[in-house]
Design a protein around this ligand. Structure first.
Ligand code: FES
Length: 238
């Protein structure tokens, strides 16, 4: 058992638990700040320190393992600048629109606190620099793993809400910069035209065993691990 401190109070919890599980073990019930439990939704942003260590650390409560003498504070919500916009109505250049909606992005002082705070190891400061230079494609790609926990914004001395600006940039990129997916448009119009209605109705009318059989016998790519297909037979030297 190890001692941890939640909102200033000491609790003994088993070691190896994540912060989230340790908090629950201590008797708290999550009504906010817990979502996927899998490091995807960003709902469980957490700050912590260790007693006797000046450094303020951050992480996702569902992913970070609680350690002895950890002093924990969760931040399930962070008030952020989130201006309204309608993507279809953007008239000027996407970069100008970014400047209009998120002027604070251009006040970045390059301290790197956001990058050090990010629990997803994203180089936040770098994608902000790309935004400033007008490289929205680069910023969209670099920020793609963001889980919107908001920890970067909570520490930024320039008061930038990096994760919100990045979401806007990814949307701009998807709408105005990325080439349109012709095959997707074709498939959507097929779906809307009712091409699959009959097959869908047939599927819905099937018994469970028939659906299972259909699933087992479905067409699929060759098994990657099956010798003689993609993998060489003798893998001892790999
Ligand atoms: S609960 Fe979703 S990231 Fe932690």
């Amino acid at each position: 058992m190890i001692p941890i401190y939640i909102m200033g109070r000491e609790y003994m919890v088993p070691e190896t638990l994540t912060i989230m599980k340790a908090v629950e073990y201590a008797g708290y019930t999550y009504i906010r700040g817990c979502g996927c439990r899998g490091g995807i939704c960003g709902a469980c942003g957490t700050f912590y320190r260790f007693l006797g260590d000046y450094r303020l650390r951050s992480g996702l409560a569902c992913q970070t393992v609680a350690g002895p003498d950890m002093v924990i504070m969760q931040l399930p919500f962070f008030p952020s600048n989130r201006p309204d916009y309608v993507l279809d109505e953007i008239k000027g250049s996407p970069h100008e629109e970014l400047r209009r909606l998120y002027p604070e992005v251009f006040k970045c002082i390059g301290c790197g606190t956001c990058t050090r705070t990010c629990p997803m190891d994203i180089d936040v400061m770098d994608y902000i620099a790309l935004m400033k230079r007008g490289d929205l494609k680069g910023a969209a790609h670099k920020s793609f793993d963001c889980v919107m926990c908001g920890l970067c914004a909570s520490r930024c001395p320039a008061q930038i809400t990096q994760f919100m600006a990045a979401m806007f940039v990814r949307r701009l990129y998807g709408k105005y910069i990325l080439p349109r997916a012709g095959h997707l448009e074709k498939r959507v119009s097929e779906v809307k035209g009712g091409k699959y209605e009959k097959a869908l109705k047939g599927l819905a009318a099937m018994k469970q065993d028939e659906v299972k059989k259909l699933y087992v016998e479905r067409e699929r790519e060759p098994d990657l691990a099956e010798p003689g297909k993609w993998m060489p037979k003798d893998t001892t030297n790999l």
